[in-house]
Design a binder for this molecule. Structure first.
Ligand code: SF4
Length: 76
């Protein structure tokens, strides 16, 4: 059941247009565990894999972005 929730979330985000949804989906696939505390965004926000190429563009809450760097996902 928990894995089903994760798959549904991944598909929901991966099918959005643009890169944002794909990045969100990858991070959900990578780190989100519905059985653990916090929603997917909170769990991704706590990611500590500094060497991951997606680390600086991983989804974060708006309050976390306000205190940190903000990245544009325009033309890539
Ligand atoms: S930023 Fe973190 S959660 Fe996202 S793909 Fe990389 S290691 Fe996984």
């Amino acid at each position: 059941m928990s894995e089903d929730m994760q798959v549904v979330l991944i598909q929901k985000h991966a099918t959005k247009p643009g890169l944002r949804g794909k990045i969100d989906a990858k991070c959900i696939e990578c780190i989100y565990d519905p059985r653990q505390e916090g929603g997917w965004r909170q769990q991704v926000e706590k990611c500590t894999s500094l060497s991951c190429p997606l680390y600086t563009v991983r989804p974060r809450s708006s309050s976390a972005q306000a205190g940190g760097q903000s990245l544009q996902l325009g033309e890539v």
